[in-house]
Design a binder for this molecule. Structure first.
Ligand code: ADP
Length: 596
């Protein structure tokens, strides 16, 4: 433990000298209170330190002690249901120590040292194991089984196993490595946050992360292990979308990083998340969630740490074989912290004052997403899907953080306040959003949903795009300028928007649609279009077609549940009957008038 002295304090940045043996990214304790910091630049014996707590009161001459180890997280039972700050201190423990206002220099272990966990071994003495192998499990709570793995880089023979109740630091197994040394294995691993956790192999990600939100799943899907970005103009529904993804998506584990939004927003996240119910288990969603949230008295620099703390925990659950969805809110605030620190380091600024390495930093964060085959011999597969939100000043999507993010993410859900004003929810603009995973998920859709799903999706998209063009003509010269076929298209586009895209997150019968329901819904909407055109060619009147009684049923079809899929067939035959088939009198109304 090397000790140095502060020579300068500049906001969250402290410069110290006398640290000859320290390295970049070593964790240090600053001042008499032992504030947490990380070395982010070394020049000779001079270290620039990013401090994760308020530096007020520090001054030249104050001590700086290097721990000689990088900023790391503790990984093991007890992470779930926790709310951590950016450097993985459990907020409830800090609060118990210091009251509502968290004092500086506190430390608390991330994992409870006293709590006992029932360790059920999955190996026995004599077994050969390697890094990543599961040596036992702990039922962490009613929802999640925690798999205890041999740390990466360790291999050998199990010489002892201790079943039963243990704390995270108790020895649960002993391993004799190839070189003969014997290692005590505990239920806890310590891992440096800036080093991605190793895996055996990166796999191609093609399985959709089903969110149950139709505009996402059908139009702009993300895959398990994919990367997506969502901007958040105020009030456009970012929070609702994030909650929907956390609750409904088919990922077992949720990691939410709240890196310092405006004013009270952080406390909103702290209040809201613990209130959410997991629709699958009926238990609080927190049972399968880890929350990382910077508190208001932590300076911006801590946002930097929180992003890495969060993704390292996500990777650890991935290594167990889980699908994890990680949401980082907001990466713009993280980038602003980078800008501030870079400015204090007097680095050469790039675009809009952001450091030149902004793009590389963002890219290397998103690169930690992915689907992998884990270390270990049991062919476990897991994934980390990253959904980063951006909050550009003034909603300007051309600014550097958004632009650098769009370079690396493959999905963009363009939340728009205009749509929110019109109460079109989710307010995800179908004309500017995109997903580069469409071709990846198409074979999966064809096999598991229906062979026509992709074609239906593309057709619906084409109709929406054409609607935007025709809307311009309508604005200029009125709807009369459109041909009857174009009017059918406009009516179909309206139906896609209202009966498919609009989805109420607060209605039990609408908040989640399975892929099968989404496909069935598109099928009837497009079938109506086909039959409308057919009826038209047979001389039916537009008004009559548009007011066919079955339309009411189509409009309500989104409230049908997965068990009602047969209902969609009934709607389809009603469309046939009312528009082109069945008894003369059934469709009489449609043909009344007879003119086009
Ligand atoms: P933001 O986080 O972007 O400021 P919110 O997510 O809090 O916005 O959404 C603002 C309001 O918009 C919500 O309180 C709700 O009334 C409405 N809203 C957003 N998304 C939906 C949705 N999918 N269904 C119904 N209402 C929604």
């Amino acid at each position: 433990m090397e000790q140095g002295r502060i020579i300068k304090v500049a906001g969250p940045l402290v410069v110290a000298e006398g640290l000859v043996e320290s390295k970049m990214y070593d964790l240090v304790r600053v001042g008499d209170e032992g504030l947490m910091g990380e070395i982010i630049e070394m020049r000779g014996d001079r270290a620039s330190i990013q401090v994760y707590e308020e530096t007020e009161g520090l001054g030249p001459g104050d001590p700086v002690v290097s721990t000689g180890a990088p900023l790391s997280v503790e990984l093991g039972p007890g992470m779930l249901e926790q709310v951590y700050d950016g450097v993985q201190r459990p907020l409830d423990v800090l609060q118990a120590q210091a009251g509502a206002f968290i004092a500086r220099g506190l430390s608390a272990p991330a994992l409870d040292r006293k709590r006992l966990w029932a360790f059920e071994p999955r190996v026995k003495a004599g077994d050969a194991v390697a890094g990543g192998d599961v040596i036992g499990v702990v039922q962490e709570n009613v929802v999640i089984e925690h798999r205890i793995m041999v740390p990466p880089h360790l291999a050998g023979e199990i010489v002892e196993v201790r079943e039963g109740e243990h704390t995270v630091t108790d020895t649960v197994a002993r391993l004799r490595a190839v070189d003969g040394t014997v290692h005590d294995l505990t239920m806890m691993q310590v891992w440096p946050v800036r080093v991605p956790r190793p895996y055996r192999e990166k796999l191609s990600a093609f399985e959709p992360l089903v969110t149950g939100t139709r505009v996402i799943d059908t139009f702009f899907p993300v895959v398990k292990g994919g990367v997506a970005c969502i901007p958040g103009p105020f009030g456009a529904g970012k929070t609702v979308t994030q909650h929907q993804i956390a609750k409904w998506s088919n990922a077992e584990i949720v990691v939410f990083i709240g890196c310092g939004e405006r004013g009270n927003e952080m406390t909103d996240v702290l209040m809201e998340f613990p209130e959410l119910t997991d629709p699958y288990s009926g238990q609080p969603l927190m049972k399968r969630t880890v929350l990382v949230a910077n508190t208001s008295n932590m300076p911006v620099a801590a946002r930097e740490a929180s992003v890495y703390t969060g993704i390292t925990m996500a990777e650890y659950f991935r290594d167990m074989g889980y699908n994890v969805v990680l949401q980082a809110d907001s990466t713009s605030r993280w980038a602003e912290a980078m800008r501030e620190i870079s400015g204090r380091l007097e680095e050469m600024p790039g675009d809009e004052g952001f450091p030149a390495y902004l793009g590389t930093r963002l890219a290397s964060f998103y690169e930690r997403a992915g689907k992998v085959r884990s270390l270990g011999s049991d062919e476990r597969e897991g994934s980390v899907t990253v959904v980063g939100s951006v909050s550009p000043p003034g909603g300007d999507l051309s600014e550097p953080v958004v632009q650098n993010t769009l370079r690396v993410v493959k999905v963009f859900w363009a939340l728009q306040d205009q749509l929110a004003f019109q109460r079109h929810f989710p307010a995800i603009d179908w004309l500017t959003s995109y997903s580069l995973y469409l071709d990846k998920v198409t074979p999966f859709w064809a096999e598991r949903v229906s062979p026509e799903f992709r074609a239906r999706r593309d057709e619906a998209m084409a109709i929406l795009q054409r609607e935007a063009e025709l809307a311009e003509i309508v604005r200029l010269v009125g709807v009369e300028a459109l041909s009857p076929e174009e009017r059918v298209l406009m009516e179909t586009a309206k139906s896609i928007r209202e009966d498919f895209l609009q989805q109420n997150a607060f209605r039990d019968d609408d908040q989640f649609s399975s892929l099968a329901e989404q496909d069935a819904l598109l099928r009837v909407i497009l079938l109506f279009r086909d039959k409308a055109l057919e009826a038209l060619s047979r001389g039916a009147a537009l008004d009559a077609i548009f007011s066919a009684p079955v339309r009411e049923r189509i409009a309500r079809a989104k409230y049908l549940s997965a068990e009602d899929l047969a209902e969609f067939d009934a709607i389809a035959s009603e469309i046939e009957t009312q528009l082109v088939g069945g008894e003369e009198e059934d469709r009489a109304s449609v043909y009344a008038g007879g003119e086009r």
